[in-house]
Design a binder for this molecule. Structure first.
Ligand code: SF4
Ligand code: SF4
Ligand code: FES
Length: 278
């Protein structure tokens, strides 16, 4: 049997906006994205929403539903208490373009800064041999769908606007490369100095919102932090390296991509402009 639900959807742009209430007929299995599409189809054709797969694979329908970062296509309306309005807002760490659509280009700029995978040459028989346990360690990181919900919830990005902090999505990318058995580049100095891994204080909020259940902090950020600390702040390891010679991997350099400061245009829409108060 269908019932009615009230959605309070943010309407606005970079200049500001407010929440507007819409009533929709619900049905069994309906997800928040369906409800937003109902509003778009029958009440508000100009409502902007980004989506693609409706299957939790493309990572484009990220939003804040009742204040929590979620994929709209994977959030059932039945999850919420009947009769209570459900708020749907754009991700607050990124500037609003229109309604539920945000400008996530900060993430793509950050991705470009990470020196790419640089495998060692193949062996004489043309193969690349790896240990299964090395593959298992990084396999879960490859499930990332780049929804940027972890970036949205990270308080270092959200509150402090630390211009070079890479954020959890890119710290696990750095961890993946660091743990990769074939890779030949040492990106730990970049992780420390350019991507500011030290600013992460392991609150694990990123892990809590990841729709792919990736153990971002425990399996990615913490091991990378430990390796950086071992390399740069452990005097015994430092002495051993001096005695044994230089590092096995070549130090990675930041690729030159642009003279523009990374966050020159990156300013999340203030909460007051979103009708939520500071
Ligand atoms: S654990 Fe680190 S990266 Fe994740 S949300 Fe907290 S501060 Fe950000
Ligand atoms: S790590 Fe998880 S939350 Fe972060 S972008 Fe990837 S899938 Fe989304
Ligand atoms: S529409 Fe693709 S993840 Fe939601």
């Amino acid at each position: 049997m269908s019932a009615k639900a009230t959605l309070k959807v943010f309407r606005g742009d970079a200049e500001g906006g407010k929440f507007q209430s819409y009533e929709v007929e619900t049905y069994p299995g309906m997800v928040v994205l369906d409800a937003v599409h109902e509003i778009q189809a029958k009440q508000e054709p100009t409502l902007a929403v980004r989506w693609n797969c409706k299957a939790g694979r493309c990572g484009s329908c990220s939003a804040e539903v009742n204040g929590k970062p979620r994929l709209m296509c994977m959030t059932r309306m039945s999850h919420f208490e009947e009769g209570q309005p459900v708020s749907v807002a754009p991700m607050r760490s990124f500037p609003v373009i229109k309604d539920l659509v945000t400008d996530v280009s900060f993430n793509f700029e950050m991705a470009k800064k990470i020196p790419p995978f640089s495998p060692r040459p193949r062996e004489a028989d043309g193969t690349h041999r790896m240990q299964q346990q090395d593959i298992d360690r990084i396999q879960e990181f490859r499930k990332c769908i780049e929804c940027f919900l972890c970036q949205d919830v990270c308080h270092v990005i959200r509150d402090h606007k630390k211009s070079n902090f890479a954020g959890p999505r890119f710290l696990i990318h750095l961890a993946t490369l660091d743990m990769h058995p074939l890779d030949t580049l040492d990106r730990r100095e970049l992780a420390k100095d350019e991507f500011k891994i030290g600013l992460c204080n392991i609150t694990k909020c990123c892990t809590e919102v990841c729709p792919e259940s990736i153990h971002i902090t425990d399996n990615g950020i913490i091991p990378l932090k430990e390796r950086v600390v071992d390399d740069y702040f452990d005097p015994v390891k430092w002495l051993m390296r001096k005695v044994a010679g230089g590092p096995e991997k070549k130090k990675a350099k930041l690729p030159v991509i642009s003279d523009e400061p990374l966050r020159g245009t990156f300013a999340a829409t203030p909460l007051a402009k979103r009708g939520e108060g500071e």
